[in-house]
Design a protein around this ligand. Structure first.
Ligand SMILES: Nc1nc2c(ncn2[C@@H]2O[C@H](COP(=O)(O)OP(=O)(O)OP(=O)(O)O)[C@@H](O)[C@H]2O)c(=O)[nH]1
Ligand SMILES: [Mg+2]
Length: 524
């Protein structure tokens, strides 16, 4: 890595300075693996945030990736399908690059993505030679992070699962692969689950997937998704609400809380369908919207009934069956409802379906969680990797080597405990893993202040966006005064260090509000 000097005004710059010092401290043959990890980690800081979509086979991962991007890019299907790992990143000119296992790569036609990504009878040899695919796509939803569609996981021993594990370099067998191609690793995970939640085997699988090093494993780098939520309909008249209740029960389980920060319900297929509505779709939905809602609802209960020739419905039975397959019964009910409420262009209907399907909420969570936090998440992960590499070696070291290893660890833990942004991230980790038993009010206030409800000043203060600055300042001062005595005395469920982090943030918000007022009064 470069010895610097690094830009001390940025968090990454300060971290690079610490990494340089750590590299110097580790300049002994016995600490070669630590120096290697430092080099890999430093390179990783400069790469874009990569968020991998993982889960069991056929869970709807590729469908969700398309829905998140807002385009149908990566192949989906009823059979176990995705084979190659597919990294989609933002760029003006769409393209596809095939990266081979032997390190070579070549540009391919994006229309042929399916040939390189999906298992078929005639492409086995081709697929066996592929390491991963790189797709460039001009979707505005990709500006904050790259999305990685992975092959489904079955069991850790399964061949394809191992490919996914290798790619993310986190399996038990691959702890040392952290030093491998850093730019192709994921910094965050979207874990796709069925609505039954995670079976024990899923939890085990994810544990193996996330790796044995507790320092790099944190619910702050994983969000969960329950997809195929519309399948709860018609048993539940409001499947999204029912899914939220299921999620509340699921996230109360420590085994889940330990692994992921938040779980969001999504109708992935409906969201993907919304990305490609044709003029004909709109016309046919309008025709269906003219059927009295109660009768339509009864006919939509099953695909068979809806596609029967003897139903008194518009459109041909074949066309109805095709729509049912793409939208599902619940999706058609929702879409016709939106049309009746005035969604009369494909863009308004698309926006309505993106809201109703939960994909917008998921985009918000992922952006909020990963894109806005990418710098701190990356630094935390790299620091964790280096600390883990020191701890792996330490027991085999003696004398000066052991002193040097300890010095490296101290440098990194010192950085993690002194930088406010990293202390806040750690606080989030502690809350997510249930290490702090705070009162509900304190917890909510604390989460908001450290940015879990939005990064903006008003969101941190728990105020509506248009709140005047004077009022925001009053609120910040009130909160600072509330948390100040706690920095000396502690508080129920939390300690003084926690209170200090929160109080520091209140003061930082006051400083920002004052600076904003100065700029408004004198915008030179
Ligand atoms: N009803 C319903 N079906 C869905 C949904 N999402 C995906 N599917 C269907 O589930 C099947 C698998 O979807 P994929 O997106 O290919 O799943 P995957 O997890 O990428 O599968 P692999 O890559 O093979 O592991 C396809 O038939 C999809 O149409 C959903 O939200 N609702
Ligand atoms: Mg797939």
């Amino acid at each position: 890595m470069s010895a610097g000097p690094h830009d001390e005004s940025t968090l990454t710059g300060r971290f690079l300075t610490v990494l340089t010092e750590a590299e110097r401290a580790a300049d002994r043959p016995a600490l070669d693996p630590v120096r290697q990890t430092i080099g890999t980690g430093a390179a990783r800081l400069g790469t874009r945030m990569g968020v991998a979509v993982v889960g069991r086979v056929s869970q709807g991962k590729s469908t969700l990736v398309n829905a998140l991007i807002g385009e149908r890019l990566t192949p989906t299907g009823a059979l176990e399908l995705s084979y190659s790992i597919n990294r989609v990143r933002y760029g003006d000119a769409p393209s596809l690059t095939v990266h081979h296992r032997d390190g070579t790569s070549f540009p391919a036609d994006l229309d042929e993505l399916e040939r390189y990504a999906a298992r078929a009878t005639d492409n086995q040899e081709l697929l066996a030679a592929i390491d991963h695919l790189e797709v460039v796509c001009p979707s505005r939803h990709l500006t904050g992070f790259d999305l990685i569609d992975t092959a489904g996981l079955c069991s850790v021993r399964d061949g394809d699962s191992r490919r996914t594990l290798d790619f993310l370099s986190r399996s038990r067998e691959n702890v040392h692969a952290e030093t491998a191609a850093a730019s192709t690793q994921a910094d965050g995970l979207i874990v796709v689950m069925s609505r039954r939640g995670m079976a024990e085997t899923d939890t085990e699988m994810l544990d193996a997937f996330l790796g044995p090093d507790a320092v790099t494993r944190s619910p702050v780098t994983a969000v969960g998704v329950i997809t195929k939520v519309e399948e709860l309909w018609p048993k539940s008249p409001d499947p999204m609400a029912t899914a939220r209740e299921l999620i509340a029960r699921l996230t109360a389980r420590p085994a889940i809380r330990r692994l992921m920060f938040e779980v969001t319900p999504v109708c992935g297929l409906l969201a993907e369908t919304a990305t490609r509505l044709s003029v004909e779709d709109l016309k046919d939905l309008r025709a269906l919207a003219r059927v009295p809602p109660e009768r339509l609802r009864a006919d939509l209960l099953t695909a068979q009934v809806f596609s029967r020739a003897d139903r008194d419905l518009p459109l041909t039975p074949g066309r109805r069956a095709a729509l049912y397959e793409r939208f599902s019964g619940y999706g058609l009910l929702t879409a016709t409802g939106l049309v009746r409420e005035g969604a009369d262009t494909s863009s308004t209907l698309r926006a309505g379906l993106e809201d109703a399907s939960g994909i917008n909420a998921l985009r918000g969570t992922v952006n909020h969680h990963f894109a806005h936090r990418s710098e701190t998440i990356k630094i935390r992960m790299v620091a964790g990797m280096v600390i883990a590499s020191v701890r792996r070696l330490r027991h085999s070291l003696t004398g000066e080597d052991r002193f040097a290893a300890d010095a490296v660890e101290r440098l990194l833990t010192g950085f993690l405990t002194h930088e406010p942004a990293l202390r806040e991230l750690d606080l989030l980790h502690q809350i997510a893993t249930g290490q702090l038993a705070l009162t509900a009010d304190d917890q909510e206030q604390l989460l908001a202040l450290v940015g879990a409800r939005g990064r903006a000043v008003h969101a941190r203060l728990g105020l509506p966006p248009a709140t005047p600055l004077d009022e925001a300042r009053r609120r910040a001062l009130e909160l600072a005064e509330r948390w100040l005595p706690r920095t000396a005395l502690g508080f129920p469920g939390g300690n003084r260090a926690t209170a200090r982090i929160v109080h520091d943030r209140c003061q930082n918000l006051i400083a920002h509000i004052d600076a904003a007022r100065r700029h408004l009064e004198d915008p030179r």
